[in-house]
Design a protein around this ligand. Structure first.
Ligand code: SF4
Ligand code: SF4
Length: 163
């Protein structure tokens, strides 16, 4: 599969939204979902059980990053309080605080209130053009996964995803 890394311009745009808050809650919740492109970008293999795990939901198997016993992502560096794979982190992490939910037959952008990173309509449109195509084949599985944050209700629905 072709490598689809974002351009420098898009990387800058995405980096801009995260201000490395003290909570780093994005690295301590659900383990990051992995696409084949994520694996390639991060230099990981599906067999690398130290970093990659496999789960199943509703009959679909999917890969995700491992978590440590303390609940944090395997790539979260507690000393520097930063992601040790920031430049190649999974698309799931790049989207945060955005997520995608599926209901009534449609995909919707949602935004978690835990993260104060700014999200604008311009940003959504840019994501839909640049990063989302990489995610489209996995969207049905990704958007249907149960999330603790969904259950807590601390998110707002932004609008329907334009695929
Ligand atoms: S994405 Fe949000 S929660 Fe994660 S470090 Fe950045 S500002 Fe904090
Ligand atoms: S890959 Fe990096 S940004 Fe993503 S959850 Fe792990 S530590 Fe956080």
């Amino acid at each position: 599969m072709a490598r689809t890394c974002p351009s420098n311009d898009d990387k800058a745009l995405l980096l801009e939204q995260c201000h490395h808050c003290a909570t780093h809650i994005c690295c301590k919740i659900e383990p990051a979902f992995l696409t084949p492109q994520d694996l390639e970008r991060m230099g990981l293999s599906p067999q690398d059980q130290e970093h990659v795990n496999k789960s199943a939901w509703n009959g679909f198997e999917f890969l995700h990053l491992q978590k440590r016993k303390n609940g944090k992502c395997v790539f979260y560096d507690s000393e520097s309080k930063k992601c040790s794979k920031w430049n190649s982190r999974p698309l799931d992490c790049r989207l945060f605080p955005l997520d995608i939910d599926f209901h009534d037959g449609r995909f919707y952008w949602i935004c978690y209130s835990y993260c104060k990173a700014s999200v604008t309509e311009y940003k959504l449109q840019k994501l839909e053009k640049t990063l989302l195509p990489e995610f489209t084949p996995y969207l049905a599985v990704y958007a249907l996964l149960p999330m603790k944050m969904f259950e807590s209700g601390s998110y707002r629905i932004l609008r329907e995803v334009q695929l």
